[in-house]
Design a protein around this ligand. Structure first.
Ligand SMILES: [Zn+2]
Length: 201
């Protein structure tokens, strides 16, 4: 089976206005530029997959089953924006977690790339031609470690700016609307997309 690229999206601060540890559907709102950005990304016809750290499970802030509500609301919000949610993958762990079974180091908490590998297996994805969009450098690192192109939303949510070779995005925009324009142009431009440039005759 041929593998397809995907667009991976961080949730809090990228897709949604960040409300810490929120699992209340009524408090989920698109971040600025996210609805129009999603609509534009949907025009690519590629799977749109949300990748999220949800340490609130491990830290005892909410029960894991509440993330089903979050998933359902995401599906509704995507639909209203003219897009389709292809997957919602989250890490419920945290090294300082207090809930039994969840307080641990794991391979799925960003900046680890584990969730991207799980999604790639389940959806037959080509990670190397996929994009990861997030608002902090942990997102960039997870994306790069998985082999994806990465786009950082520089919207004030990254505050530490710890750099290493993995934490350098391919491109920076201020919101998902700008990010979607960049990614759509990348897929429509064969030179940028990695094909051999045409030779001038
Ligand atoms: Zn995890």
């Amino acid at each position: 089976m041929a593998l397809t690229p995907a667009i991976f999206l961080d949730k809090d601060g990228t897709l949604l206005a960040d409300v810490p540890y929120n699992v209340d559907r009524s408090r989920m709102r698109f971040a600025a530029g996210a609805a129009s950005g999603l609509a534009r990304l949907a025009s690519l016809g590629l799977p749109l997959i949300v990748i999220s750290n949800q340490p609130g499970v491990a830290l005892g802030r909410f029960e894991r089953h509440r993330l089903q509500d979050v998933r359902q609301e995401l599906e509704c919000m995507f639909e209203r924006a003219g897009a389709r949610l292809a997957g919602f993958y989250y890490c419920p762990h945290h090294p300082q977690g207090i809930r039994p079974g969840y307080g641990m180091r794991c391979g799925c908490r960003k900046p680890e790339p584990g969730l991207l590998h799980i999604a790639a297996q389940r959806h037959d994805l080509d990670l190397v031609s996929s994009w990861f969009v997030g608002d902090i450098l942990d997102d960039v690192e997870a994306g790069r470690r998985a082999g994806c192109h990465t786009l950082l939303l520089d919207n004030g949510n990254e505050t530490e700016w710890l750099r290493n070779e993995w934490r350098v995005p391919d491109h920076i925009e201020s919101d998902l609307d700008g990010a979607s324009r960049w990614i759509v142009s990348h897929f429509s431009d064969p030179v940028q997309a990695g094909a051999a440039p045409e030779t001038a005759s």
